[in-house]
Design a protein around this ligand. Structure first.
Ligand code: ADP
Ligand code: MG
Length: 255
């Protein structure tokens, strides 16, 4: 579904200093795959995601999305960031429907789907509340609904649970897997938690320190559906240790 061929990115600073953020990345993502991306802080994870969805121009190479060259922002993508970024003057339902308005479609055609998504994430009954009436985890659930409302083929998530407390975070991971299984989406998920990366993924992409290269792609052969019990298996622990070792060996600290 997505192909990166020799993709590089150099940022050019105001005073002409150049930062090579991403160097010669080659990567193929299949439809419905759950890919997590880990690597040292500042290695270029967000840069990579933003290039894939066309928000950031690449410096060289090419990115194909369903056999089309990515040249600008794509509409068939849903995005979730570290902060929920809900608009405080809109209620939860109106926040979920925001992409529909931006795409110039009719809200009323999507109202039922929005309510269905809110039910899927356990937010039935909160549709008329304001964002600040919800906990951080609940707000992030609403932002996942917003990412799904226009039925995108790809969801990118940039440290989506990074601002949540540990318990809510674990819960959200399992919940996300349930949504992914039900909605059959392709997911690219950046995290600074190796444990989270292993729990969720079909494949973990381990990046090196900047300029970011793919150090390793680790296929995670743990049975699905995964639950919080998965984390107590020795197979799971082995993957976590293996990936942690890779990151420390390249001199980085996962973030
Ligand atoms: N707009 C920008 N201009 C210049 N350098 C940038 C810009 N955005 C990011 N960088 C640099 O590129 C590198 C990768 O950034 P980023 O993709 O945000 O890393 P990560 O998400 O892995 O922490 C960092 O060293 C960062 O300082
Ligand atoms: Mg980042």
């Amino acid at each position: 579904m997505i192909s990166l061929v020799d993709v590089s990115k150099t940022y050019e600073g105001k005073h002409a200093e150049k930062v090579l953020a991403v160097k010669s990345i080659n990567l193929d993502v299949q439809e419905r795959e759950f890919i997590t991306i880990v690597g040292p802080s500042g290695c270029g994870k967000s840069t990579l995601l933003n290039m894939i969805v066309g928000l950031l121009p690449i410096t060289s190479g090419k990115i194909l999305f369903n056999d089309e060259l990515v040249v600008g922002p794509r509409k068939d993508v849903g995005m979730v960031f570290q902060r929920p970024l809900l608009l405080p003057w809109r209620n939860i339902l109106q926040n979920v429907l925001l992409p529909i308005e931006i795409l110039g479609r009719s809200n009323s055609d999507y109202q039922e789907e929005a309510l269905k998504l809110l039910e899927l994430v356990g937010l039935s009954g909160f549709e008329n509340k304001s964002p600040w009436e919800l906990s951080g985890g609940m707000q992030q659930r609403a932002s996942i609904c917003r990412a799904l409302i226009h039925d995108p083929t790809l969801i990118i998530m940039d440290e989506p649970f990074g601002a949540l407390d540990a318990m809510t975070r674990d819960e959200m991971g399992i919940e996300l897997l349930r949504i992914w299984q039900e909605r059959q989406k392709t997911v690219l998920f950046v995290t600074h938690s190796i444990r989270e990366a292993v729990l969720l993924a079909d494949k973990v992409i381990v990046l090196t320190a900047r300029p970011c290269l793919i150090q390793e792609i680790v296929k995670i052969d743990l049975p699905r559906p995964r639950t919080s019990d998965t984390e107590f298996t020795t197979e799971y622990d082995t993957y976590v240790k293996e990936i942690r070792k890779m990151i420390y060996e390249c001199g980085g600290k996962a973030s």
